[in-house]
Design a protein around this ligand. Structure first.
Ligand code: SAM
Length: 221
């Protein structure tokens, strides 16, 4: 079991009790060589990937909803992208977006090695703008951009989802800061507004899974 000091940065503290969190991670089957290398790079270079426990949830959500078209907002080195791409199967498409070209180049290399490059379209730029250029409807839109952009991303994403499609967002418990009495950080305030919007929307049915840093899953009604 990893101790607090040797746990990779993509494992979280503060949401689930540490022994329970360690137990959940101990159950996970080993990942293939590509995902394992990405996890180790993310830990070394402090890249905020979703990690394998959430990666499996993403994969499972795509399987359950038989998703074929996924738009990802904030993809970094393409770790979550590979979990999605493996779930959509042959003929499925995942749109990768990130503002950083170096991330995109690295993601391209990993997706080639993972054998899913033909399912991934890489787009560099502002994920919200890139989404606004899309005319099709998606089965799943995944939000993992800067937290201040979450409420705007949600408003833009809902019309781009098919009925029964999923809007999924990471970090919605924000290291537990959502429970602070008087939050002052703009990112925390933004997540709080975002969660309120999700639960009050008449167009969505939402739950937050308290896995890792909190994963919101909303179905478009
Ligand atoms: C948390 S990381 C994404 C991790 C990735 N989803 C994963 O789990 O493997 C967030 C990424 O989003 C990018 N980003 C943040 N805001 C963005 C925006 N508005 N448009 C495009 N990329 C953005 C950052 O460059 C960063 O690489």
């Amino acid at each position: 079991m990893p101790t607090t000091s040797d746990r990779p940065s993509w494992m979280m503290q503060g949401i689930t009790a540490e022994p329970v969190e360690n137990y959940l991670y101990s159950l996970l089957p080993p990942r293939d060589e590509v995902l394992a290398e990405m996890e180790s790079q993310a830990a070394k270079r402090n890249i905020p990937i979703v990690g394998p426990a959430v990666g499996r949830v993403l994969h499972q959500l795509a399987m359950i909803s038989v998703a074929k078209n996924i738009f990802e907002m904030g993809s970094a080195i393409g770790y979550s992208t590979i979990w999605w791409a493996r779930a959509v199967g042959d003929g499925g498409r995942v749109i990768y977006t990130d503002g950083d070209r170096k991330n995109a180049d690295e993601a391209r290399g990993y997706s080639d090695r993972a054998g899913v490059a033909n399912r991934i379209t890489i787009k560099v730029g502002d994920a919200l703008e890139l989404l606004s250029e899309q005319t099709q409807q998606f089965d799943i839109i995944f939000c993992d951009v800067d937290k201040e952009d979450y409420p705007r991303a949600l408003r833009m994403a809902v019309p781009r989802l098919r009925r029964g499609g999923l809007f999924v967002a990471d970090n919605v418990l924000w290291s537990g800061k959502v429970a602070e009495k008087n939050p002052t950080e703009p990112s925390t305030k933004s997540i709080l507004e975002f969660n309120r919007l999700l639960y009050s929307s008449k167009e969505l049915f939402t739950t937050i899974l308290p896995i890792r840093d909190g994963l919101a899953v909303a179905v478009k009604l």
